[in-house]
Structures are given as structure tokens and as C-alpha cells.
Design a protein around this ligand. Structure first.
Ligand SMILES: [Fe+2]
Length: 190
């Protein structure tokens, strides 16, 4: 069971969502995904199976922070208006389905593999489905369902554009740190 106190402890940015119904929905989505996963604690879940020392929660918080900075800068310099609640929802929930996409290799605490559903359901779809079930706005659901590089249509909103840049920034810094091929390179083949 993942209680509200623990979620807010590891993801305090949820408190920044001003719409209280959406804040409640964000917590419910994390709870639903966690209940269906194998993890004992939320911090055990990795961001990617290949780098087990990089928690999903660290990535989620980094993407949320980067996106917030991009929004601050571009609102001031380009005069655009960013819906901060929607941006928070997208960044905080975009990878929630990784909780059930990844699992430990049996008998190991440090090696991870894709679950069966992680192999067959495209990344982003299950998380988007949970968000839709929780009553979150369509453009938030769409930004999440379309963020995998397997999906070939662009993010539909300014919040989606900012989120995609922030997600790629953190993902590629992790890849660079580990000497792995950058997502920017991989995307050229799609
Ligand atoms: Fe991500």
C-alpha cells in the first residue's frame, strides 16, 4: 500500500498543483499504478532497466524541475502562457506506468528486466489510461500517451512541448553519464 503521506514525501511537487481535484487525482494515479506493481517501496522502482541505480522518482522530479525552469524562462522571454497545473500533471505522471513495466530479475536486487506487460504495451499508454480514468484533462492524457519515441505524432500543447524537452534532457544526461548512446541519436532512426 502506498499511502498519501509517502507519495507526498517522495514527490512534494504534487502539492504545487493548485486544482485540488487534480492534486487528488495525481495521488490516486500513483497509488493505482503502485498497487499493480511488485515494488515494496516506491523508491525501489528504477527509471530504466539498464541503469538500476537511477530511481524513477529521481527522474520524475528532475523532469518536473527542468520543465518548470523552461516554462519560467519562455514565459518571460516569449510571452507564452503555460498552464502550470497541466505541466505539473504531465511531468509528475508521465512515467507512472514504469512501475509495472519493469521488475527485478528473479533472485537479484540490482538487475532489472521488462515485465510481460512492459514488453507488449507501448510505454505511456497505461499511464495515460490511468489519468483518463482519474478524470484528468484530455490534453494531459494525450501528452502522456504520445511521449514515447515509438509514437510518431507531436505533443499537442505547449505544456506537452516543454515536457518532451525536459524529459529528453534528463534522459540524455543519464545516458551520457553512463557512456550510452543518447536518445537524440536513437531518435534519428525513427
Ligand atoms: Fe520520462
Amino acid at each position: 500500500m502506498l499511502n498519501k503521506k509517502r507519495i507526498l514525501e517522495v514527490l512534494p511537487e504534487i502539492r504545487k498543483i493548485r486544482n485540488k481535484e487534480w492534486q487528488k487525482a495525481a495521488i490516486a494515479v500513483w497509488q493505482k499504478a503502485f498497487e499493480r506493481s511488485c515494488w515494496k517501496d516506491i523508491m525501489d522502482a528504477p527509471n530504466m532497466t539498464i541503469f538500476g541505480d537511477d530511481p524513477l522518482i529521481r527522474h520524475t522530479r528532475a523532469v518536473t524541475a527542468i520543465a518548470g525552469h523552461i516554462a519560467d524562462i519562455e514565459e518571460a522571454s516569449q510571452g507564452i502562457k503555460v498552464d502550470r497545473d497541466k505541466l505539473l500533471l504531465i511531468t509528475l505522471l508521465h512515467d507512472v506506468d514504469k512501475l509495472t513495466e519493469n521488475e527485478p530479475v528473479p533472485g537479484s536486487c540490482t538487475d532489472f528486466q521488462k515485465t510481460e506487460s512492459g514488453r507488449y504495451i507501448p510505454h505511456g499508454f497505461l499511464g495515460a489510461f490511468y489519468c483518463r480514468e482519474a478524470g484528468l484533462p484530455d490534453d494531459v492524457v494525450e501528452a502522456i500517451s504520445s511521449h514515447s519515441f515509438m509514437v510518431k505524432y507531436p505533443a499537442p500543447s505547449i505544456e506537452g512541448v516543454i515536457f518532451n524537452l525536459a524529459d529528453l534532457a534528463d534522459a540524455d544526461i543519464v545516458m551520457y553519464r553512463h557512456g550510452a548512446k543518447l536518445f537524440q541519436e536513437r531518435l534519428k532512426n525513427y
